[in-house]
Design a protein around this ligand. Structure first.
Ligand code: SF4
Ligand code: MG
Length: 316
């Protein structure tokens, strides 16, 4: 396997809400290898975005370590951290909210370069390069975001993320606000850019079909924990965890997003997580042991991790 670009080592992130501890991310172990895409899938509120913020060091972990190329990010000095930040960029869900409507596209894309101290000429050259990379015309530099369609705006967001030459790109619901046909174009652009630039990607979405399209490995999150982690083929063809099987069964056809409420029952209250296996109130296979003992994330099949007392069991 190629070398690890990003490693989460027993990472947790707690928040206090109404005087109670909420574990948004709960003892997560993950490795993202160079040039590969790790997909992270789960319902809204499962901790996916907090995981992205931890990976980018926008929030520190409450416990555990976030490692970049084997180095603990928390131990870097200010200069090393500033250089590292340029090498990890994020593409957000809503380009309307993430692009300043009063700035011209050239200034938007060059902004991270200005922050890194690039000269004016280098900034202009790089903006021109990344416009080509994302398939936007050169005259975009002088126009405002409002002149562009939703898909083109997301290309601007991707161009801005690529400008400082990152090796790690985190996409948080990056196509979720787009129409299905535009989603496919942006997903193809991302996989093409990955191949051309050797990018490492973390692709976060509630939509299984889009995660499947871009990822080599996929992690399924439930209430702050990874409940299943496998290659894309193993996860979708041989899911081991009842939650994953429910998610897959809930997708009626390729490209159709996972709808809220497609898993029976409500997602549990993260402030009062269920005892034992967090999924037990919604699990068709739950037994007494599930209510008492939290199942560890262990190898259920070769290279295929699942946290379930009865991995691979079928409800029928
Ligand atoms: Fe269902 Fe029990 Fe497995 Fe949890 S441990 S997913 S409740 S069978
Ligand atoms: Mg989110």
């Amino acid at each position: 396997m190629s070398d690890p670009v990003l490693t989460l080592d027993r990472v947790s992130r707690d928040y206090v809400r109404a005087g109670r501890r909420l574990a948004a991310v709960d003892e997560v172990d993950l490795v993202v290898h160079r040039g590969k895409t790790l997909g992270i899938v789960g319902e809204s509120g499962c901790g996916k975005s907090t995981l992205a913020r931890l990976a980018l060091h926008l929030v520190p972990p409450s416990s555990g370590r976030v490692l970049r190329e084997g180095q603990d990010i928390a131990r870097l000095d200010a200069g090393a951290l500033r250089r590292l930040r340029a090498r990890m960029q994020i593409v957000f869900q809503d380009p309307n909210a993430s692009l300043n409507p009063r700035w011209r596209v050239g200034a938007i894309i060059a902004e991270p370069l200005r922050a890194q101290g690039w000269s004016r000429q280098k900034r202009l050259d790089r903006v021109s390069e990344v416009l080509d990379l994302v398939g936007l015309p050169q005259d975009a530099v002088d126009r405002l975001p409002s002149a562009f369609s939703g898909g083109q705006k997301q290309r601007i967001g991707i161009a801005r993320a690529l400008a400082p030459e990152p090796d790690l790109l985190i996409c948080d619901e990056a196509v979720s606000a787009l129409d299905a046909s535009i989603q496919a174009q942006i997903l193809n652009l991302l996989t093409d850019l990955q191949a051309r630039l050797g990018l490492t990607m973390v692709f976060i979405s509630h939509n299984l079909a889009v995660v499947r399209h871009v990822s080599q490995r996929v992690a399924v999150m439930y209430l702050g924990r990874i409940v299943e982690l496998a290659s894309e083929a193993d996860l979708f063809d041989r899911p081991q965890h009842p939650y994953t099987r429910t998610l897959i069964a809930a997708v009626p056809e390729p490209g159709r997003p996972l709808q809220a409420g497609s898993v029976r029952g409500e997602p549990p209250d993260a402030l009062a997580p269920p005892s034992g296996c967090h999924f037990h109130p919604r699990c068709p296979l739950a037994q007494n042991i599930c209510r008492r003992i939290s199942p560890p994330l262990i190898e259920a099949a070769s290279g295929h991790l699942a946290s379930c007392h009865f991995p691979g069991a079928s409800a029928s």
